[in-house]
Design a protein around this ligand. Structure first.
Ligand SMILES: [Zn+2]
Length: 60
């Protein structure tokens, strides 16, 4: 079971906006397992999130 060793990682998701040449960037957090390739997008609020991560998430 990976749950205990999962690490919170900030991830920048870049996707093309349909029909344009522009990209949109999304800042999300993912739980990542350092031992295998498992990852999971964080859904909703996280308690005790550092302020810098909080503002990074809101940055576009
Ligand atoms: Zn794992």
């Amino acid at each position: 079971m990976c749950g205990d060793s999962m690490r919170l990682e900030p991830v920048e998701q870049i996707s093309r906006i349909a029909g344009t040449l522009q990209n949109s960037t999304r800042h999300v957090l993912e739980w990542r397992c350092p031992d295998c390739d498992y990852f999971e997008e964080v859904d909703g609020q996280i308690e005790g999130l550092p302020q810098e991560l909080e503002s990074w998430l809101k940055k576009k």
